[in-house]
Write a protein of this length. Structure first.
Length: 256
């Protein structure tokens, strides 16, 4: 951000000294090597409006006008661009092509032509092929598109509704500058936190049940040795849940 603000100030100084619009346009359109790094950087800032837009919203190709996915975008602003090669430019280094299986059935060469016109470039680190699964028998098409994604250095993302596809596009933009561990969420590493995760892994057992079990038996050792009757006697547990807890602790382990 500081780098961008510094470049904006330099660019404003540049405008002050070159007030004639034609002169500034000529310098942008016909850069010369003897102008120096400073002018080169200013010209790059002026001739790259996409980067300014990417900082505030999502860039969408005009090809996507009418796509129901757009009506489900709620958390990020977007604007249309006629210059995009891809369908969605969701970040400085992330771009996305969209395809529905129904459209692919009618136009099987479409995705191949789009990928052919989207060469692999080092500036785009994350290439995404977002596929809407909107037909019942899609196994063969998904197998084909999986091969296409691998050969095109794309990540294949599947969505089963327009809303789900929109959530993926929004997530790509929202987490554009976030570290990967942001997706994991925080984990409570305390004894009570580990105990809660351990016991709630049993189907049907929630955190309230865990609190009641520990209050009644005191330790995990006492809990693992409890009978079905003593477990069922605890309010909120019941016979079925008590049976599941008892089976979890007393089921024999099978090797191989």
């Amino acid at each position: 951000k500081q780098w961008y603000q510094r470049r904006v100030r330099e660019f404003q100084t540049f405008q002050y000294y070159f007030k004639r619009i034609n002169l500034r346009q000529d310098m942008v359109d016909s850069p010369s090597k003897d102008k120096g790094d400073s002018c080169g950087r200013k010209r790059k800032l002026e001739s790259s409006p996409k980067k300014v837009q990417q900082a505030t919203g999502l860039l969408v190709s005009v090809r996507q006008k009418g796509n129901p996915l757009l009506s489900s975008l709620r958390n990020v602003p977007y604007s249309f661009s006629e210059e995009l090669i891809v369908d969605y430019q969701v970040g400085a280094t992330t771009a996305c092509l969209f395809l529905s299986i129904a459209y692919h059935r009618l136009h099987p060469n479409y995705i191949y032509d789009r990928l052919k016109g989207w060469p692999v470039h080092e500036s785009v680190k994350h290439r995404v092929l977002l596929v809407l699964v909107d037909v019942p028998d899609s196994a063969s098409y998904l197998e084909e598109l999986s091969r296409v994604a691998i050969l095109s250095s794309c990540s294949l993302i599947l969505a089963w509704s327009d809303v789900e596809a929109a959530r993926y596009v929004e997530a790509f933009k929202i987490y554009e500058n976030k570290p990967a561990d942001m997706l994991q969420g925080s984990k409570d590493s305390s004894y009570s936190g580990c105990l809660n995760r351990f016991l709630t892994s049993i189907k049907g057992v929630n955190k309230t049940d865990v609190a009641r079990l520990i209050t009644r038996f005191g330790t995990v050792k006492a809990l693992t040795g409890a009978s079905v009757e003593s477990l069922a006697a605890i309010p909120g547990i019941g016979a079925k849940k008590a049976e599941k807890i008892h089976q979890t602790f007393n089921r024999s382990f099978k090797a191989g």
